[in-house]
Design a protein around this ligand. Structure first.
Ligand code: SAH
Ligand code: SF4
Length: 427
C-alpha cells in the first residue's frame, strides 16, 4: 500500500516537471511517505526528517514534505510544525490531491499543513509505476475492523470501496500497457463493495477480472479470515489467471488472544477456513501475518500459535513483535509483555516457520513451476528472480531481457526460504 502511494506521489511530482535524482544532496524536493504501523518505522522517519535541517542550510530551495500514515496520527502535524519547522508541507493520508498546489505554495516559501479526512480520494493523478511486471491497484481504502492493536483505522479512516467500473478500467488499461501481474490492494479486500450502492462484492470483482482474456496473473491482499467467503474461493478456482495464493493473516493461534485482539474468529474457524481453501485449491500457497507479545499473551497462548503454525503449514509468514500504538485500545491494556519475552518468542516463532518453509521447499525440488520473471537478484551475478503461482520466490540464471516473461523453471535446490532453479521452457 505504501509503495503504491509512493508511485502516486512520484506521478504528481513528474507532472510538475520533477525527475528522480540519485542522491538526496542533489534533490530540489524530498518527500517522506511515512508508515506508523509499528514504533520502529516511526522512529526511523524522525531520524530522517531531522537530517533535512542540514540539507536545507546547503540548499535553501529544497522543499521537504511529510505525508502518509504517520502525519495522519493525532498531534503529529503539530509536533512537526513545532519541532521541525524546516518541513514545508505535511499531508494526511487522504490529502494527496493537495500536493501539487502545496508544492507551488512552498516554492513561494509558504508552508502547508492538511490532515483532515476527505471522504473519498479520487485517483485521477498520473502514477509513476516502479514495479513492472506487477502493477498495484487499490480497490478499497481504510478499515472498519478496529483490531485492538492496530492504528490503521485511525490513520486511514473508514472503509471506502472504489467503484468497480473504475477498477476494471484501470486493470484493462494496465494489461494493454503490458503489465503481466495485477495485485489488488485493500486492508480487507473481502469486504469490498459493502458500502457501494450497486452492492457489488469482491467475488464479483474477481469474476469480472478473471473473465478478461489474455495471459496475466491476478493477486490480492489482504484477506481478513472472518470475511473470506466460499464465493471468493470458488472465483479463485474458476479462472487460471487468478493465482492460487492467499495472504490470510491469523495474528495469533490462541482463542483468548484473538478475542482480546477483536479479530472475530477462533482458531477452529480458521482451521475450517484453511480446510475449505485447500479442498477447492489443492496447490494453494497460504501466507500469513503473526504477532507475538500482545498484552497478556501467556506462554500457553504462544504455544497455541506455534501449534497453529505447524498445522497450517504456511508457505511463508511475516512475523512481528507487538508494538504499542497510542490511541488504540491495546495501548492501555494491562500486562504489557516485557521486550525480553517478546524477543524470545519471535526467535522461536521464526525458527518454527523456518522449519515449515524448509519442509515445503524440499517437496518442490525436482518439480517444474511456471514463474513470472520479475527482476534481478542483485546479490548474484546474471541472476533473476520471479514467483510461482503460489507466491514462492525462485532464483535462476538468465538476463534482464526475460523480465515480464513467463518461463517454466525446474527447481534444483532449496535452502529454507530460497529456491534455486533452471529455466526449462519459455513463452
Ligand atoms: N489489514 C491487514 C493488515 C494490515 S497491517 C489485516 O488485517 O490483515 C499488517 C500487519 O502488521 C498486520 O497483519 C499485523 O500483523 C501487523 N501489525 C499491525 N499492528 C501492529 C502492531 N501494533 N504491532 C505489531 N504488528 C502490528
Ligand atoms: Fe488493522 Fe485489523 Fe484493519 Fe487489518 S483488519 S488494518 S489489522 S484494524
Amino acid at each position: 500500500m505504501n509503495i503504491h502511494d509512493s508511485e502516486k506521489i512520484a506521478g504528481i511530482l513528474e507532472s510538475l516537471g520533477y525527475t528522480v535524482c540519485d542522491s538526496v544532496e542533489k534533490a530540489d524536493i524530498v518527500v517522506f511517505n511515512t508508515c506508523c504501523i509499528r514504533e520502529t518505522a516511526e522512529q526511523k522517519i524522525y531520524g530522517h526528517i531531522g537530517a533535512i535541517k542540514k540539507l536545507k542550510q546547503k540548499n535553501p530551495r529544497l522543499i521537504a514534505v511529510v505525508c502518509g500514515c504517520m502525519s495522519q496520527q493525532e498531534g503529529v502535524a503539530d509536533k512537526i510544525k513545532a519541532s521541525y519547522p524546516y518541513i514545508d508541507i505535511v499531508l494526511g493520508t487522504s490529502n494527496l490531491n493537495l500536493l501539487a498546489d502545496a508544492i507551488k505554495m512552498a516554492q513561494q516559501k509558504k508552508k502547508h499543513y492538511s490532515v483532515e479526512f476527505l471522504q473519498y480520494r479520487e485517483e485521477d493523478f498520473k502514477q509513476s509505476r516502479t514495479s513492472y511486471p506487477n502493477a498495484w491497484v487499490n480497490i478499497n481504502y481504510g478499515c472498519n475492523n478496529f483490531c485492538t492493536y492496530c492504528i490503521v483505522p485511525y490513520v486511514r479512516g473508514r472503509e471506502r470501496s472504489r467503484p468497480m467500473e473504475d477498477i476494471l478500467t484501470e486493470v484493462n488499461h494496465l494489461l494493454s500497457e503490458g503489465y503481466k501481474e495485477i495485485t489488488l490492494l485493500g486492508q480487507n479486500v473481502n469486504s469490498y463493495g459493502h458500502d457501494l450502492e450497486s452492492g457489488e462484492s469482491f467475488a464479483q470483482l474477481l469474476h469480472e477480472i478473471g473473465k478478461i482474456e489474455g495471459k496475466f496473473r491476478l493477486r490480492f491482499m489482504t484477506s481478513h479470515p472472518k470475511d473470506l467467503s466460499q464465493d471468493v474461493i470458488d472465483a479463485i478456482a474458476s479462472y487460471p489467471n487468478i493465482c492460487d495464493n492467499i495472504h490470510l493473516p491469523v495474528q495469533s493461534g490462541s482463542n483468548r488472544v484473538l478475542k482480546q485482539m477483536n479479530r472475530r474468529y477462533t482458531r477452529e474457524n480458521y482451521f475450517d477456513l484453511i480446510k475449505k481453501i485447500r479442498k477447492s485449491l489443492p496447490h494453494v500457497g497460504i501466507t500469513t501475518d503473526i504477532m507475538v507479545g500482545f498484552p497478556g499473551e501467556t506462554e500457553e497462548d504462544f504455544m497455541d500459535t506455534l501449534d497453529l503454525v505447524r498445522r497450517v503449514k504456511y508457505s511463508s509468514a511475516f512475523c512481528f513483535v507487538y508494538s504499542r500504538r497510542k490511541g488504540t485500545p491495546a495501548y492501555s491494556m494491562e500486562n504489557q509483555i516485557p521486550y525480553s519475552v517478546k524477543r524470545d518468542r519471535i526467535t522461536r516463532l521464526l525458527a518454527c516457520q523456518n522449519e515449515v518453509t524448509k519442509e515445503i521447499s524440499q517437496t518442490m525440488v525436482g518439480q517444474c513451476y511456471e514463474v513470472l520473471v520479475e527482476g534481478a537478484n542483485f546479490k548474484y551475478q546474471d541472476t533473476m528472480c520471479g514467483r510461482t503461482e503460489s507466491g514462492r520466490l525462485v532464483n535462476f540464471k538468465c538476463d534482464d531481457s526475460y523480465i515480464g516473461k513467463f518461463v517454466t523453471v525446474k527447481i534444483e535446490r532449496a535452502s529454507s526460504a530460497t529456491l534455486w532453479g533452471r529455466i526449462v521452457t519459455e513463452e
